[in-house]
Design a binder for this molecule. Sequence first.
Ligand SMILES: Nc1ncnc2c1ncn2[C@@H]1O[C@H](COP(=O)(O)OP(=O)(O)O)[C@@H](O)[C@H]1O
Ligand SMILES: [Mg+2]
Length: 346
Amino acid sequence: MVKKIGIDLGYANIAVCDVTQDVFREPSVALIHKNSRAGEPRIISIGNEAFGGGQGATAEGMLVRPFKNGMFFDHQITEEVITRVIAAHKGGADKLRCVIGVPSDILTKQEKDLFSMLQNAGATTSYSVVRPVAALIGAGYSPNMSVISVNIGAMSTEIAVMHGGKAVFLSRTEIGGEDFDKAVRQFVLEQGDVNISLSVARAIKERLGAVWKGRPNDSIDIEGTLALTGNRLKMNVSTEDIVGVFEKPMQELIYAIINAVKKVPLEAVEAVFENGIVLTGGGAELYGIDILLARVLGISVTKPQTPIDCVARGLARINAFVSGKTRGGSKNITDQLARLYNESRK
Ligand SMILES: Nc1ncnc2c1ncn2[C@@H]1O[C@H](COP(=O)(O)OP(=O)(O)O)[C@@H](O)[C@H]1O
Ligand SMILES: [Mg+2]
């Protein structure tokens, strides 16, 4: 039996999806040995187990984000995480075919390394597809649609302009959900002389944050430390307290999208603007972001259901429509998606 999965190794989340479209998502963290010797495994655990599970950071372990800079920052850690992810999802299948999401600016060498890591981990065949294109498929679009895909991750935003079955423009900009967290942290420091952690800032953003009016007022209790004395302090933050806090990261995001819009080839303008922007990634969950972007850019903006899972869903869907006819594994099939999709529907 061949098992087919889609894998998205993000900065914030590792998401794996099978052909039934069930997404298994866990935090992208690894607990690594503080003092491992060369040649020894460095990872103690990953994901939920590393993050929570009562274990957390321990005397011998520290938590790291394994996928920085788009994808890699440490070869060995990447390899060990991939091995664990594949082992957890291969189950009893004798063959495993993976479609993995990659940043559009991945280097050829990195992509080759990635394929060999997947193979060593037990994948029989692997293909890669750039994330913003996979996200569109996951949102239910065909690769033949003319549309702008904007995928907002935690550290970067990836954009694809699709036309004529091809990505006619691709970009990755270093602005993402974490910049919104930093804006919250900075705001709380400036307004209240209180230091809060990035994870508290993220909770405030997710629970209370909005970039358009209409979010019902709510509040949460948080903990921080007084900047002046370092004393711990509990406080309550409400939706109204943080109005306007996302001005700066929002501007940067808008510029990144405007840059992409400017690159739409003239013959594609009519078709692309007809369908507008499809907003995916965890960053798309921010309250009102679709409305704000539509108003500022004058383009229709669609936010699909659970945008945070669209990349993984798309990768699994692609895996289902890629027939056995694609000769040889280990290649980037982004440019062939439309053809493969059309052939699968004959
Ligand atoms: N409800 C929400 N409101 C605002 N931001 C959210 C929400 N849910 C998740 N996010 C943000 O989405 C980002 C993670 O999205 P994800 O696509 O998984 O990132 P990555 O692909 O980089 O791992 C984080 O910055 C997180 O704070
Ligand atoms: Mg993502």
